[in-house]
Design a protein around this ligand. Sequence first.
Ligand code: NAX
Ligand code: ADP
Ligand code: MG
Length: 278
Amino acid sequence: MEKVNKVVLSQVITPRDPQSYKGNYGKILIIAGSTHFGGAAILCSSAAVHSGAGLVTVATTPEKFTAINVKIPEAMTIDYHSKKDLQLAIQNSNVIAIGPGLGTSSVAKGLVKAVLTNTNAEQTIILDASALTIIAETDLLLQSEANLVLTPHQGEWQRLSQLPIAQQTPENSQAKLRELNPKAILILKKHLSEIYYQDKILQIQAGNPGMATGGMGDTLTGILAGFIGQFGFSIKTISSALLIHSLIADDLNEKNYVVLPSKIIEKLPKYMAKFSQK
Ligand SMILES: NC(=O)C1=CN([C@@H]2O[C@H](COP(=O)(O)OP(=O)(O)OC[C@H]3O[C@@H](n4cnc5c(N)ncnc54)[C@H](O)[C@@H]3O)[C@@H](O)[C@H]2O)[C@@H](O)CC1
Ligand SMILES: Nc1ncnc2c1ncn2[C@@H]1O[C@H](COP(=O)(O)OP(=O)(O)O)[C@@H](O)[C@H]1O
Ligand SMILES: [Mg+2]
């Protein structure tokens, strides 16, 4: 298992071209939130905006529009019940993150299917939370022309892989990923999270139990979307997103018993500036 260390951050987070504009830094679609889980959509989209995404659109239920507009005025909103709006938003995005707080309603199932089937090889889909549960519990196949990134915690990975947590060894998880979709990237979230891709396994050398707070994974998904949108789809980009999430958390944990996802989000722009200068 290779260890991911800080060197990767300055390789990925490079200074911006003076001539660049928002169109160079990714069009991100976040399909998230439902009546009881508005916070997940807010944390995910706020993390994408703070990690430098050029344009962020949140597809959600209209009852959450006001909350999202107030908390993250940089983000746009569309109604995920509108097939036409959703189709257009999927076509116009480089990165689509789906699942945080989405729930497992029939509407949510239709959204996961629409994303998997209406994307192409130039796009990346990040499947998190409810999207993973939906795939585990329905006959939807984990297949798409787009790049796929899966971000389960161990409970979600158990549902998807049928591997009980005690049997989630690197060898078993790797074998299950090959069965599910050998081209997908698996981020197995835990203490010292692991990244599985092709025949390699990487391990993040940061993170702490202060991170065991609701919304921490929703935040990671937003950072992943923002990073892939602006730095491109690569294993280094993905490793950097995971590492910066946990490094900021470790810094906060020195003086804070509990690490709040919103505090990590706040610190992203400063941390990115720090690593882009090294
Ligand atoms: N503020 C919000 O709106 C929040 C919304 N959330 C959403 O709530 C929905 C349900 O997600 P949850 O993950 O809470 O619930 P899930 O039911 O999907 O997963 C929790 C289950 O997995 C088991 N488990 C095993 N290992 C685990 C691990 N390492 N971490 C977490 N659970 C583990 C637990 O014992 C439990 O049975 C998702 O859509 C999620 O995005 C959560 O992210 C919490 C915050
Ligand atoms: N004990 C721990 N050590 C390190 N990281 C942790 C620990 N507990 C949680 N995390 C991290 O917090 C995040 C939790 O993700 P997840 O369970 O999906 O949160 P949520 O769905 O509530 O947003 C993951 O990135 C995980 O690695
Ligand atoms: Mg989660």
